[in-house]
Design a protein. Structure first.
Length: 440
């Protein structure tokens, strides 16, 4: 159920908020300070009470429940933060529905962010995944919401914790307790280069990259999990750095019991990171059975084996290499995995492939033009069901490879020209500079 029908009620609260002193950042995120049932620094409305039982951390949480007034009621609390044009706001909080006071009917609770202009007009809003009667009880769930680049007219962002008792079930019982609220305000651009390889040396930098060797058997995934036909090597025949370029060459040759060789590089245990802008300028080969890719995998797989801990494919192409694909894999372990992806046609030659990976959103682009995005309301992890941001909230590492054959492209034929070469000009990772972060 959307909160659109309650905007008029929230607008009254917003108008009052706009005349108070700006906080600048969230205060009292764990509700530890206050007087009795009132948490300091939070403006509350409806039934919202500071409670000294069952806190996730510390001694207090904020309990919300319905108004039982025969119609739709909204209870909650909010704070206000100032924003500059172009800023982004990320917020999260922990919420629990306990079996001693279980939610019922159509009741739900959400985290909500709203940009407002000077006149108190709502400009943009985002909500978290809701806590409902069907949500697993007696454990805290991380729910989150993020707002993109703030318009020039935006002056504040309100951070709301809300409990909605809809008119469809106006006397439904239950409550939700919030705790440990986190808010980050991000600078306009990802302006800090934190890792890169310009391939300016005389060979592959083994302090940055590890060549993976074999047919996948040594890594527990024979055929690399896709019935691929190549044997990966670390030989100069397959990996060459010269004149400022990395060249990964797939060759038709008998080696290691296979009829093809190629290379697959990763940064595991050399460079891992969480969030940022990842981009590379790459020229890919075309030909039946070829599968070049630039992608990321989780370094520790905290939510289980593939794909419960996720995969982010920045760029994949197959066969004619005239369409770029960007995809995330998530959900359950194989074969119960889910995917969400997009694609666009593309001409041959060099292109800059990028993803902007943020806590609640992943965006794909080619040469600066967006072609797909997915949010944390769309992805999930079976193991991390309690965490809206799972599985894409853990450190990942980079991979570059050219596969030959496999389930997706099929096998090469006589028209496929070898050696087939993927040429990489550079790989860069930028991260975002937070203006304020009280995430823990």
């Amino acid at each position: 159920m959307s909160l659109r029908h309650m905007r008029s009620k929230l607008a009254v609260l917003v108008s009052a908020a706009l005349v108070v002193t700006a906080f600048g950042q969230i205060k009292n995120p764990g509700f530890e300070t206050g007087s009795g049932a009132q948490a300091s620094s939070w403006t509350t409305f409806g039934n919202a009470f500071r409670e000294a039982s069952g806190a996730r951390s510390g001694s207090f949480g904020l309990k919300l429940f319905g108004g039982f007034n025969g119609g739709t009621s909204v209870s909650g609390a909010f704070q206000r933060i100032e924003v500059a044009p172009g800023s982004r706001v990320y917020a999260s909080g922990w919420a629990i529905n306990r079996s001693i006071d279980p939610m019922s009917g159509d009741n739900f609770a959400v985290f909500k962010l709203v940009y407002f202009d000077k006149a108190g007009n709502e400009i943009a809003a985002r909500e978290s995944r809701p806590i409902r009667a069907s949500t697993i009880k007696d454990r805290y769930h991380l729910i989150s919401a993020s707002l993109g680049s703030s318009p020039k007219t935006a002056v504040v962002c309100n951070v709301y914790l809300l409990f909605i008792q809809p008119g469809s079930t106006p006397f439904a019982s239950g409550s939700v307790t919030f705790d440990d609220i986190a808010v980050t305000v991000e600078a306009t651009n990802p302006n800090k280069l934190v890792w890169n390889d310009e391939f300016s040396g005389k060979g592959l930098d083994l302090n940055k990259w590890e060549p993976m060797i074999g047919d996948g058997t040594a890594y527990g995934i024979p055929g690399w999990g896709n019935n691929e036909l190549q044997f990966y090597t670390g030989r100069p025949e397959n990996i060459l750095v010269e004149e400022g370029f990395l060249r990964i060459r797939a060759r038709r040759e008998n080696y290691g019991g296979k009829q093809f060789t190629s290379a697959r590089l990763r940064t595991l245990n050399k460079y891992e990171f969480r969030y940022g802008r990842i981009e590379a300028r790459i020229q890919v080969p075309a030909g039946q059975g070829l599968w070049p890719a630039f992608w990321m995998l989780p370094s520790n797989s905290p939510y289980g084996t593939w794909a419960s801990s996720g995969e982010i494919d920045i760029m994949e192409m197959v066969n004619a290499a005239d369409r770029v694909h960007g995809t995330v894999h998530f959900g359950d372990v194989w074969p119960g995995q889910q995917s969400n992806g997009g694609s666009r046609t593309i001409a041959s030659g060099f292109h800059t492939y990028a993803v902007d990976w943020r806590p609640d959103e992943i965006v794909w682009s080619v040469d600066g033009v967006e072609y797909h995005r997915v949010t944390s309301l769309e992805w999930w992890s079976r193991v991390g069901f309690w965490n809206q941001r799972a599985p894409f909230d853990t450190p990942y590492h980079l991979l570059l490879n050219v596969a030959v054959g496999g389930n997706w492209p099929g096998s090469p034929n006589q028209s496929t020209q070898f050696p087939a070469e993927m040429v990489v000009d550079y790989v860069q990772v930028f991260q975002y500079v937070p203006k304020s972060d009280i995430s823990r």
